[in-house]
Ligand binder design. Structure first.
Ligand code: CTP
Length: 404
């Protein structure tokens, strides 16, 4: 009964896989969840409201303009009163409408009005899944923190083979449990924000300013926080890394987007800023590709980017109670880190030497000196980035344990 007391709003959109959502309702209820369903017009072509309501033992919601529905349960409350919104199956059409922010029926209105986590379980023909429009839509949804389960590869009802089949019901239930089940661990019940990776600052539509950060250290810390039970939001610039298990992923490009995503993720008790944020951006990024016109290279005027760590650490009553930064230094490592700790109002700074001969940027190992605004320095032996993450998270657990 991993989902005891949890409330799920299941949106069933059109597709032959809609029959699987009936089994999904049954399995979620077996785990103790309450399942309330919205059936789209397309969904109702494949499963009947009667079977959905019989299995959920709840009223089925279908019509945005139904006076009785609005009197009993407004469409805003429908999404607000859930712990998680699951769209299964999610057709190409409903994902396109979600990506565009449309509110053209009850399902998309509830999805637009919600402040709760959303999971989509796509199911469609392989060509529809592979279409650039669908791929762009899913990327947009992912960048807004929408979780995506599947699709998987296999035979399709239409006779074709490929990606597009809805994930098996047990895999969908497992993803829901992983997201909703009460977490144990020293940081259970605490919320953490982690920044990771580089940022990309456009020069023109094809060129950008960036740096060599791989995102490995930030991703490892987010994964370790989630393993320790923290409700973890990972705000990452472009990296080639897979999303760590159990975190809410928000993908961004620029420093300004990263700051906005962090501010949206507040309130949190823990902030760990690991991202190698570009300090500068081009003041006026060109709308068209800059051409060589024989007049020499174009002058690039730079503006300073917001400092995300400093902004979070000086966020007044929204300040996370433990704000941790990194300091990438090539000389006077400890002294520079101590100065950064004071200037940026952080609790701890993990300083590392990123001189080219250390191989820290992009590599797998890190040598850390932890400073905390006093004169004391804690020097850790050289460790892998995963080991650094585990040691930091156990120190964070100790910090909250000691202050509990
Ligand atoms: N940082 C940030 N936003 C920025 C710049 C840095 O959040 N615009 C954070 C980094 O994630 C890191 C810390 O600040 O946790 C220090 O980053 P670092 O690059 O070492 O220092 P800077 O503040 O950029 O200073 P300098 O480049 O002058 O050393």
């Amino acid at each position: 009964m991993d989902l005891q007391g949890r409330r799920i709003l299941l949106i069933i959109s059109g597709g032959i896989a809609a029959f699987k959502s009936l089994d999904l309702i049954r399995r979620l209820r077996e785990q103790g969840a309450t399942v309330r369903c919205v059936l789209t017009k397309g969904g109702a072509q494949f499963v009947t409201p009667l079977s959905v309501s019989a299995l959920s033992e709840e009223k089925v919601y279908q019509d945005i303009f139904s006076l009785t529905d609005e009197a009993e349960m407004g469409h805003i409350n429908l999404s607000r009163e859930a712990d998680l919104l699951v769209v299964a199956p999610a057709s190409a059409d409903i994902m396109a409408r979600m990506a565009s922010g449309l509110a053209s029926d009850l399902a998309t209105t509830a999805l637009l009005a919600t402040d709760k986590p959303v999971m989509v379980v796509p199911a469609m023909n392989v060509r529809m899944w592979e279409h650039a429009a669908t791929q762009a839509n899913i990327e947009t949804l992912r960048s807004r923190g929408v979780m995506c389960v599947g699709p998987v590869e296999g035979n399709m009802a239409c006779g074709e083979y490929g990606y597009g089949r809805m994930s098996e019901v047990e895999d969908v239930v497992a993803a829901i449990v992983a997201h909703l089940a009460p977490r144990s661990g020293a940081l259970a019940g605490r919320r953490a924000i982690v920044t990771s990776g580089p940022t990309h600052e456009a020069i023109d539509p094809v060129r950008y300013i960036a740096n060599r950060s791989s995102g490995k250290q930030g991703h490892a810390i987010a994964a370790a926080l989630a393993r320790e039970g923290a409700d973890t939001v990972l705000v990452s610039g472009p990296t080639a890394l897979p999303n760590p298990a159990g975190v809410t992923m928000v993908k961004v490009e620029t420093a300004r987007d990263m700051l906005a995503a962090c501010e949206t993720a507040l309130p949190a008790e823990i902030a760990v800023c690991v991202a190698a944020v570009a300090d500068w951006r081009v003041a006026d990024a060109a709308a068209q590709k800059l051409k060589k016109n024989g007049g020499g290279p174009p002058p690039l005027e730079l503006s300073e980017n917001p400092d995300i760590l400093r902004t979070l650490a000086k966020a007044g009553n929204k300040r996370p109670s433990l704000v941790i930064g990194f300091a990438a230094e090539t000389e006077n490592v400890v002294a520079n880190a101590q100065a950064k700790c004071k200037n940026k109002n952080t609790d701890w700074i993990l300083a590392n030497d990123v001189s080219p001969d250390t191989g820290t940027f992009g590599g797998d190992a890190n040598t850390i000196h932890l400073v905390d605004g006093t004169d004391s320095v804690e020097s850790w032996p050289t460790m892998t980035k995963d080991e650094v993450a585990n040691r930091l998270v156990s120190r964070i657990g100790g910090h909250f344990g000691a202050s509990a």
